[in-house]
Design a protein. Sequence first.
Length: 95
Amino acid sequence: MRETHDAPFGSAQGRRRTTHPRILVVGPNWMGDLIFLTPAIRAIRKAAPESFIAVLCPPWGVELLRGHPHLNQVIPQIESRGLKGLLSWRPLVQR
């Protein structure tokens, strides 16, 4: 079984030295498109079975994807515009 990480995707606490890739999938803003994303998530898992896969999606999509067998983490997207919205992405970006 895959190891899951409790720390957020971009946090220093969640970083571990590993050769396995960490993949962030940015989900669409529409429910139908988010549902159609699930086969792509399955394909990513098949291509990189040891990777850590997280999906960034609108808050309403978190419950839709929670418990997905091929995901390690579902991250709710902060819905802000302008500079505040741009800065909200900072914790997700690894340096």
